[in-house]
Ligand binder design. Structure first.
Ligand code: ATP
Ligand code: MG
Length: 510
């Protein structure tokens, strides 16, 4: 496709023949694409398809090996995000750079760099903040400190920050991956108001329903290549899946196989308390998948971390297979047969200085030691097998930081699988994972349970809970407020319990 150049006024950004190679991996292969002004243009594709790479090239964070980039008809060669911003392009990153001690106003107007300002300047900032939120069509309480912001609010800060810097095109890479249902809706509204204000949005998302609702145009990528670009109106979830995977996928969940009536309890958590968690009791039986539902901030992750002894407890106990861990530490929990798939792969999951295979095998090393010497080949083989089962695509010897976002998540999952614990707590196991790989993860969880393991599944994706859990506990404000079983497990029952009686009217219901 030859560049259409300045002739077409509504062309905002154009890529022509863009290639990007990382070692042996061709992340982008001759990609030519037109992004129109004032549209939401979605990018979809499997993990590792090249979506983020494309976004980063447009945002000036990466330069292409070959090919050209045009903004408003003008050829550009960005050497940094700053240069892209000068052309009105900003990426809204998922790991927002929020200063905890700064107010919303300061976080937005001053950016991520700490600095102090005088009273006069402060008033001026406030005024401009008010103007900005007025035109943007959404707001955050101006005095709210960064430390108290929900993930959705952090995203808002990032978006407002881009707008104060006069961004005309915003790149949102999986903006709703970490959001609960209510917050997702808010973010959708924001995207709509951005476009109504004439901005252009590039949206990367694995939620195909979201893509179909929000996007004007959808581009499907596979293995670094562009498969097709079409108006969203002519696509469906099935047509997108077909194009992404090159095959169709049965979107329904496998039939549930409930645990045997006399299945033993493999995990018993009694009256566990700690920061943000009040006397939570949970029992999981062999073969059982127990869902832990609730809003973002309900205390589910806190509960998981305290149960795993990654965070301190003030009272209560966790019993695995009838025994308490000898030591209250993650290592002690692992030794007792309890593993945790953490929510944040960046903060407490992956070791970025190590290879993919090492990250996968790290929790299972004792198994590969003979007479105190590590059998590297056995370790490597087992890690590769776990990677394959978890559909991690990427070279085992590569640095784990070179994996795409979804593949990093799957590598963590592979680590847990290899460890073969008695009970797993999985916290948002499919965050950032493409539809095909989600399916693989579901099947592994089901198989793990079928072989007698216990699963505690934390998920903000209600469908995932409904599709997998034999029993559902709903948490709110640090407590279990509802237990649902069998036929009782419906979307409305889960959501009603999650939203009910918000003590001070905060949270997503507001
Ligand atoms: N810095 C890097 N070094 C080496 N390889 C990289 C690097 N960044 C990306 N890659 C590789 O390029 C390919 C495309 O990655 P990219 O992050 O663009 O995928 P993606 O479509 O965003 O996937 P996901 O849905 O998992 O986020 C992958 O094979 C990835 O491993
Ligand atoms: Mg990505």
């Amino acid at each position: 496709m030859p560049p259409t150049g300045a002739a077409e006024a509504d062309v905002h950004v154009e890529l022509s023949g863009v290639c990007k190679q990382f070692g042996a991996v061709r992340a982008l292969d001759d990609v030519s694409l037109v992004i129109r002004r004032g549209q939401v243009h979605a990018l979809v594709g499997e993990n590792g398809a090249g979506k983020s790479t494309l976004g980063r090239i447009v945002a000036g964070a990466l330069s292409p090996d070959s090919g050209e980039l045009f903004v408003g008809g003008e050829r550009v060669q960005f050497r940094s995000p700053r240069e892209a911003l000068r052309h009105g392009i900003a990426a809204v990153s998922q790991e927002a750079a929020i200063v905890p001690g700064f107010s919303a106003v300061e976080n937005v107007m001053l950016g991520g760099e700490a600095q102090t300002v005088g009273i006069v300047r402060r008033r001026e900032l406030r005024r401009r903040f008010a103007e900005l939120t007025e035109t943007a069509g959404f707001s955050i309480p101006p005095d709210k400190p960064g430390a108290a912001m929900s993930p959705a609010e952090q995203q808002k800060v990032e978006i407002l920050r881009a707008l104060t810097r006069n961004a005309e095109l915003l790149i949102l890479d999986e903006p709703t991956a970490a959001l609960g249902a209510g917050e997702k809706r808010q973010l959708h509204e924001i995207v709509r108001s951005l476009v109504a204000a004439g901005k252009t949005v590039i949206l990367v998302s694995h939620f195909l329903a979201e893509v179909l609702q929000l996007a004007d145009t959808v581009t499907v990528m596979r293995d670094g290549r562009l498969i097709r670009t079409s108006p969203a109106a002519v696509e469906s979830e099935q047509s997108l899946i077909q194009a992404m995977l090159g095959r169709s996928l049965d979107a329904t969940f496998p039939d549930k196989q409930p645990p045997a009536r006399d299945a033993p309890v493999v995990m018993s958590v009694r009256e566990l308390s700690g920061q943000g968690v009040h006397r939570v009791s949970v029992e999981v039986r062999a073969g059982e998948i127990v869902g832990l539902a609730g809003l973002v901030g309900a205390g589910r992750t806190e509960f998981a971390r305290i149960a795993f002894a990654a965070d301190p407890r003030t009272s209560g106990e966790v019993v695995i297979d009838g025994r308490r861990a000898r030591r209250l530490s993650p290592r002690g929990s692992l030794a007792a047969g309890l593993a945790l798939l953490p929510e944040s792969r960046k903060d407490d999951g992956l070791i970025f200085t190590r290879s993919v295979a090492q990250n996968v095998s790290i929790a299972s090393l004792p198994r590969f030691a003979r007479f105190g010497v590590l059998d590297f080949r056995a370790e490597r083989r087992a890690a590769e097998d776990a990677m394959r089962r978890s559909t991690v695509s990427g070279r085992p010897a590569a640095g784990v930081g070179t994996l795409s976002g979804g593949n990093q998540q799957k590598a963590l999952f592979a680590r847990i699988i290899l460890r073969s614990p008695r009970v797993v707590i999985v916290d948002e196991p499919t965050r950032g994972v493409d539809v095909g790989s989600k399916r693989a993860i579901y099947e592994m969880l089901i198989e793990f349970a079928a072989l007698g393991g216990g699963v505690l599944l934390i998920s903000s994706d209600v469908e995932e809970i409904l599709g997998l859990a034999h029993r559902v506990l709903v948490m709110r404000a640090g407590r279990v407020v509802r237990e649902l079983e069998g036929e009782e497990i419906t979307e409305s029952a889960v959501l009603t319990a999650a939203f009910e009686y918000e003590p001070d009217g905060r949270g997503e219901a507001a």
